[in-house]
Design a binder for this molecule. Sequence first.
Ligand SMILES: NC(=O)c1ccc[n+]([C@@H]2O[C@H](COP(=O)([O-])OP(=O)(O)OC[C@H]3O[C@@H](n4cnc5c(N)ncnc54)[C@H](O)[C@@H]3O)[C@@H](O)[C@H]2O)c1
Length: 357
Amino acid sequence: MVKTVGLPTEVKDGERRVALDPHAVATLTSAGLRVRVQQGAGIAAGFEDSEYRSAGADVVPDAAEVWASELVVKVKEPLRCEWKWFRPGLKLFGYLHLAAAPDLARALQETGVEAHAFETVREGRHLPLLAPMSDIAGRSAAIMGAYYLAQGSGTLLGGSAGVPPARVVVIGMGVAGTMAARGARGMDAEVTGVDIDLERLRRLHLDGTLTATLASSSSAIGETLAEADLVVGAALVPGARAPIVVDAAQVRSMRKGSVVVDLAIDQGGCIETSHPTSLSDPVYEETGVIHYCVTNVPGQFPRTASRALSAAIASRVLQLALDPSDPLLTGSLNVAHGRVVHPVVAAALATSLTAVS
Ligand SMILES: NC(=O)c1ccc[n+]([C@@H]2O[C@H](COP(=O)([O-])OP(=O)(O)OC[C@H]3O[C@@H](n4cnc5c(N)ncnc54)[C@H](O)[C@@H]3O)[C@@H](O)[C@H]2O)c1
């Protein structure tokens, strides 16, 4: 059984979230766990060190002390500067997205870390620890897409009297795609939803979230993209590398100044021309199309995102410390005993390693 839990300050560019808020920390300390919080870890999300102390945590000055805990809980995947703290027996719980991060997967295996990923925890078909951040990223995709569309082609999503609204295409109508579509519809855009799940498309069309639907197939998407102002990528096969749904030629067919927001970039991206960007340098242009491919979109809404994440993970962190075999943790384990043990993640990594060798 784990007795110490560490909560480090996030180090990824622009990342202002913290994995556990003081309420969640109080849940852990009242169950007898010792929680070490890095000084200032919650400040950007509006949580003072004094609130963590009142919740029973030890607030410590350095990251090294936090990482010396038996279980480390963090938001984003450890960056290279944090790998020095990997060691046999360390338990790690956070967003890892290993299918798109073979070097991190190798480092975890070689150092004997037991790595659990938020994004692969399952409750039936539902991904309860990915959903809260997908919700926020989806809402944000509509906001960022609308902003960059103004910078690019100078188009307003809702149009105006005598001017038709912009056309938005959302690929993957799960949690993130649905929220992106709702956001764009809220600004009066026309929104076409693309998915392989026709029942989901039917429901979202009937409830007014979508103005049109399209079964996901490369040629059908091509015709729609040529007319699109904003494309949001949110297709996911849990644990696997994101499927490439839009190829480079289809992106080239889009109008100059149109925008791609590829949320699926954390799993490798579902648009061929996407590559990861950061919150401090979020966009690049390829064949005249603006690409926004930030891998930690919710990091720019740290108060809301930290509270939402913390509420979703608190009971699971407790179970990981007390009894990792609990069904609440189904699907979490990605790396153990020097091997990638999650079958879908392992298959994705085997494919990516074969592709580069
Ligand atoms: N960039 C960020 O900061 C950020 C934040 C949160 C989530 N995300 C990512 O957003 C993506 C979507 O997450 P989610 O929680 O909405 O997933 P979800 O499982 O709720 O939805 C995924 C949808 O994709 C559909 N899909 C699968 N293959 C498809 C294909 N070939 N064509 C069209 N649709 C397809 C599925 O049917 C499903 O409806 C994930 O990659 C997730 O990691 C990114």
